[in-house]
Structures are given as structure tokens and as C-alpha cells.
Design a protein around this ligand. Structure first.
Ligand code: SF4
Length: 348
């Protein structure tokens, strides 16, 4: 049984009030927004987590695709993989609690080998990261000698260790453009590979992209019909997608970019309606930040990300299970770090 703090009723009410102020415009599901009652139930957990976090000098990083109770209740920082990798690198905390999936927590550990890195959800996978091994990268490299190898950050430490540069959806186009030669190996997202090829052609710096066969099980479900239906149902709507979507879908959208890119796009736009072809968590972040705008979301939930919750976050802080403690083999971590450091260098 987990130890909760003995907090006064008034403190719980104050915390519920704070949470409701942040979550009142945020969808809990397709039919409901978060309610004050939800916030009242959440408050003892968020208060306990905040207290244990302080006592242990821990920092909580929550990916935007986790749930709003984590993002707004306890996270010190939330964002996409690149933003959180940067925060992990800059952190002076003794413990990093990474609410996300395994490859992200692994990345935080690679960057901070001396720190304790915990992941509430335990070994939460990712359809992309799980689609390829380091051995398979080696084979691809052997088939295409001399061709630079880029790996998406959504990959295992083992894959990163066998690549030249790691990239995120926010910097992939710029880094791909900087690579020498006319060919590039990009793993493990075959749909993003097509988007890179198209973007480099658009920039007049064409390259042939050699890809592997992975995809994100959330973003690869969007089809051109979804864009057409949104436009038919909501005249004037701006449709936004992630580059993990199929290229034919992306071609029909008004903006294609990373989660932070999508947030910037919405923020800068004077439009009032946006069709979001991405994960529900990002829609929630936009609803919280821009309550005056309307976000239409057809579907798309990452079940891996949603394995993180307040209870297992508290568990990780108090008595982490073995599968919540992130370890990376030293030689793999050393090689993987080179590809991550190269990304930080080239993304400047
Ligand atoms: S949204 Fe897609 S890429 Fe991101 S963690 Fe989930 S399965 Fe992996």
C-alpha cells in the first residue's frame, strides 16, 4: 500500500481549485471535459507527488502525449522528445522521473548516466522504437556502405548506438539537409522517410532516402478521407498533422510538424478551428492553452503513453519497481550518446 501524505482538507481544496483552473477547458474524452470532482480526486495524489519530488530533488518530465493530470498536475516540464531531452540534459536534479515511453527514459539516462532515471509506466513500448534492432541497422549499413545513417529519436538505445546522428521530428528536415551525399539511411519510420524525401526535394536539395519498415501506430492510421471530411464538416478549418503520418495525408494539410511546431503554428494563427491529426494529449495541451480556439480531433490515442498515471508516478518516487528503474548498458550508452550529441550540435 502506497504511503500518501496526511494533508489538511483546505490544502486539498486549494489544490483542486488550482487543477480545475488549468483543466476546465480540457477534454477528458470525446464527450466530457475534466470536472471539479475529477480535480478533487486528483488533488491528494498531486500534492503527495509534489512533496516527494521536493524531498528527493527529483524533476518530472512529462511528454505531451501523457495525460493532463500529469502534465498540469505534477510535471515540471512537458513537451516533445527533443524539448524533454534538452531539459534532461540541463537538469540539476538527482532523480529524473520521465513520464513517457521507454526509449525516452533511456535517452534521458544516456544523457545523464550518473542520475537515477525512473519511468512510471515501466517498460512502456512504442511501435516505432520496437520495430528495429541495432543488428538490423548494421545490416542496412553494410548494404549501403558510406551512406550516412540517421535515426529518429523514437528508437532504442541499441539502434541509436549504431547510427551517425539522432534526430527528432522538430529538427529532422534541417539535419537531413546538412548530411553529405545524395543518399541517406533513415530509421525506423518509413512514413517520416517519405516526408523527408519530399521536404528535401521542396528545398531543392534532393536525396534518396533508404528506409526501414516501422511506423507509429497512432499516426499511420490517418487517411486522406479524414482531411477531406474535416474540411467538408468545418469550412475554413486548418488541418495540422505530424510527419509520422502518410505523405498523401500530409500533402493535404495546412501544416506538418513536430508537436512543438504544431503548438507554435496554432499560437501564431488567427484562425479559430483546427483539425488535429495527432495524439489526443497534444489536443489537450492546446485546449488548455488556447481555450478560445476549437480543436477537432478524429481519433488517435497512444496506449503506451497512457500507461503513465498519478499512481505509478507516486509509486516510482516512493519505492520504484525494478522495471521503473532505467538502466542502459554502458558501451551501448556511450555509442548512443555520440549520435545524440551530434544532434544537439547540428540542431544549433
Ligand atoms: S505516439 Fe507513436 S511514436 Fe509516439 S510513443 Fe506512441 S507509438 Fe511511439
Amino acid at each position: 500500500m502506497l504511503k500518501m501524505l496526511d494533508v489538511k482538507e483546505t490544502v486539498i481544496l486549494q489544490e483542486a481549485h488550482r487543477l480545475y483552473g488549468l483543466l476546465r477547458y480540457v477534454s477528458k474524452n470525446k464527450a466530457q471535459k475534466w470536472t471539479y470532482e475529477d480535480c478533487l480526486q486528483m488533488a491528494p495524489y498531486t500534492l503527495s507527488i509534489q512533496q516527494f519530488k521536493k524531498e528527493q530533488n527529483a524533476v518530472i518530465l512529462a511528454h505531451s502525449y501523457t495525460t493532463p493530470d500529469l502534465v498540469y498536475g505534477v510535471a515540471d516540464y512537458s513537451g516533445d522528445s527533443f524539448q524533454l531531452a534538452q531539459k534532461a540534459q540541463q537538469s540539476s536534479a538527482d532523480i529524473i522521473v520521465f513520464a513517457g515511453v521507454w526509449f525516452m527514459a533511456e535517452t534521458a539516462k544516456i544523457i545523464n548516466p550518473s542520475k537515477k532515471v525512473l519511468i512510471p509506466a515501466g517498460k512502456a513500448g512504442c511501435s516505432l522504437a520496437d520495430s528495429m534492432t541495432g543488428e538490423e541497422v548494421k545490416k542496412l549499413r553494410a548494404q549501403h556502405p558510406g551512406v550516412p545513417v540517421l535515426c529518429y529519436i523514437n528508437s532504442s538505445a541499441d539502434v541509436k548506438a549504431n547510427c551517425d546522428v539522432c534526430v527528432t521530428s522538430g529538427n529532422v528536415f534541417d539535419i537531413a539537409q546538412k548530411m553529405p551525399g545524395k543518399e541517406l539511411i533513415f530509421v525506423p519510420d518509413m512514413l517520416m522517410a517519405k516526408n523527408i524525401e519530399a521536404e528535401l526535394l521542396r528545398r531543392n536539395t534532393p536525396k534518396k532516402i533508404i528506409a526501414s519498415g516501422g511506423s507509429c501506430c497512432v499516426h499511420d492510421k490517418y487517411r486522406t478521407e479524414h482531411v477531406k471530411n474535416l474540411r467538408a464538416q468545418y469550412p475554413g478549418i486548418k488541418v495540422v498533422a505530424h510527419p509520422e503520418c502518410d505523405i498523401e495525408v500530409c500533402k493535404l494539410c495546412d501544416y506538418v510538424g513536430s508537436t512543438s511546431g504544431m503548438m507554435k503554428y496554432v499560437s501564431a494563427s488567427t484562425e479559430k478551428q483546427f483539425g488535429m491529426l495527432t495524439e489526443f494529449g497534444l489536443v489537450n495541451r492546446l485546449e488548455a492553452q488556447f481555450p478560445e480556439k476549437k480543436f477537432v480531433w478524429p481519433f488517435g490515442i497512444c496506449s503506451y503513453m497512457k500507461k503513465n498515471n498519478l499512481l505509478n508516478t507516486l509509486q516510482a518516487l516512493i519505492e520504484p519497481r525494478e522495471d521503473q528503474q532505467v538502466q542502459v548498458d554502458e558501451s551501448v550508452a556511450k555509442a548512443a550518446k555520440k549520435s545524440i550529441d551530434k544532434m544537439f550540435e547540428l540542431a544549433k
